[in-house]
Ligand binder design. Structure first.
Ligand code: HEM
Length: 419
């Protein structure tokens, strides 16, 4: 619970291992065999090596593709919004982000009606996701209504014979497919279940994170105006027009330069993320902490860091319950200095986990949310219809981004432009 000590846990990536816990939990939840080294030598290692395709320069392609797919999905929404249109905000974010992320990662079947297939999958995904916290805590799936059938149907979307037909798959998905193909011990069903697990990782947290980022901006018009101004300046400086028919192009580097937008996203992540970092002790040892303190750990013990307590700590974040969109900006740059007990914190915002197992999709996730928000702020005027503040559904506390406890109605309309 003391963030000044987190670094002493995080640096012991080998003795305090995440995968022993996550492998067991994921194989049970997504229904594939455990990735034991004896049965599937180096499979886990190979999978981790390809995650670098989602970072740095290789991320450019994924980011560009997401921008094209988002505009493709938004086009349909924009065409309906010449006058005010009302929708539920979570539902809105979910349909757009699911479809655009899915096409960016997995591509599409050129023959089938892609939109229909993806929307069927989204409906099933939402039902599965609602039961996800129960599966993680080991409630037998047989007690969870239709969840077992729904999971099977979702897995079947990813059977190799189906996936082979999809065009424009992202490099990271193709690389995962190639690795899984090398293991004869894996049945087609197991390979499909691995792809389904990756789908969950890629949208399960991103969708609620997108919702909160949009919700807080629409709820705080001064924040929305400041962030929109930053984006408008970028468009002006790159000579781009704002009408939806022209299309917008924002590079990965330009997204990085949008510090106010980045800060607004970080602030919503601070308020809505509840990922617990769990580690299993691999051998008896003395964990040395600061100021000559230490803890004696036994093989098999669990160690958990609980970042939500840090995220709401008034000593680190003044008025922690308040949304301050520019909390993570200082002198026009990203603010990275936060203190506890007079000490500068190495880890002050941890929605993506920590250390060697930190989420490999974190840069892509933040870019996707930035792209979604940039497009909607450029093209739409938005207002809340329900003003009653909504709360958080705590059922997935410890597991990632919390969902809202109710959906919220908002209305949107295409902005009017003179250019
Ligand atoms: C793992 C959070 C988006 C792929 C994780 C972990 C967290 C996390 C907390 C566990 C790390 C640990 O405990 O050390 C999030 C959040 C996201 C997000 C909050 C969005 C806001 C994504 C996206 C992708 C992705 C977009 C892929 C496109 C993964 C994968 C793992 C993972 C593959 C497992 C890594 C491993 O096996 O070591 N994520 N994630 N995530 N995430 Fe994300």
């Amino acid at each position: 619970m003391d963030p000044t000590q987190f670094q002493y846990v995080i640096r012991h990536g080998k003795k305090l291992d995440f995968h022993e816990f996550s492998n067991e939990m994921a194989s049970r939840t997504f229904n594939y065999p455990r990735l034991s080294e004896a049965k599937f030598p180096q499979l886990s290692d190979h999978m981790h090596k390809i995650y670098k395709i989602m970072q740095g320069k290789p991320l450019d392609k994924l980011t560009d593709s997401m921008m094209i797919n988002l505009q493709h999905v938004f086009k349909w929404k924009f065409s309906q919004a010449t006058d005010w249109k009302t929708e539920k905000m979570y539902q809105f974010c979910c349909s757009i982000m699911f479809e655009a992320s899915f096409m960016t990662l997995y591509g599409r079947d050129p023959v089938a009606d892609g939109r229909k297939v993806i929307s069927e999958m989204r409906e099933k995904f939402t039902k599965f996701d609602a039961k996800f916290p129960y599966l993680v805590i080991n409630i037998p799936i047989a007690l969870l209504g239709d969840t077992k059938n729904i999971r099977e149907e979702l897995i079947h979307f990813f059977m190799p014979t189906k996936m082979d037909k999809w065009h424009d798959q992202a490099e990271v998905i193709r690389a995962r497919k190639d690795i899984l193909e090398q293991y004869d011990m894996l049945r087609d069903h197991d390979k499909a279940a691995h792809h389904f697990a990756f789908l969950w990782a890629s949208v399960g947290n991103t969708i609620p994170a997108t919702f909160w980022a949009l919700y807080y901006l629409v709820r705080h018009p001064e924040a929305l105006a400041a962030v929109r101004d930053e984006i408008d300046h970028l468009l002006q400086s790159t000579g781009q027009k704002k009408r939806p028919e022209y299309g917008i192009h924002i590079t990965r580097e330009q997204l990085d330069s949008l510090v106010l937008l980045g800060s607004a996203i970080n602030e919503s992540l601070r308020l809505c993320s509840a990922s617990m970092n769990i580690r299993v002790v691999q051998e008896d040892f003395l964990l040395e902490l600061e100021d000559d303190q230490s803890v004696s750990l036994r093989k098999g013990d669990f160690v958990a860091l609980y970042p939500p307590a840090l995220h709401k700590d008034p000593e680190v974040f003044e008025d922690p319950e308040e949304y301050k969109y520019d909390r993570f900006v200082e002198e026009g740059k990203e603010k990275t200095t936060f203190y506890k007990k007079g000490k500068k914190l190495k880890n002050f915002l941890m929605p993506f986990g920590s250390g060697s197992t930190i989420c490999p999709g974190r840069f892509f996730a933040v870019n996707e949310i930035k792209q979604f928000l940039a497009l909607i702020l450029i093209h739409m005027d938005m207002e809340l219809i329900d003003f009653k503040p909504i709360g958080q559904d705590n059922s997935r506390s410890g597991l990632g981004i919390l969902l809202p406890n109710a959906d919220v109605a908002f209305r949107f309309k295409l902005r009017e432009f003179s250019d």
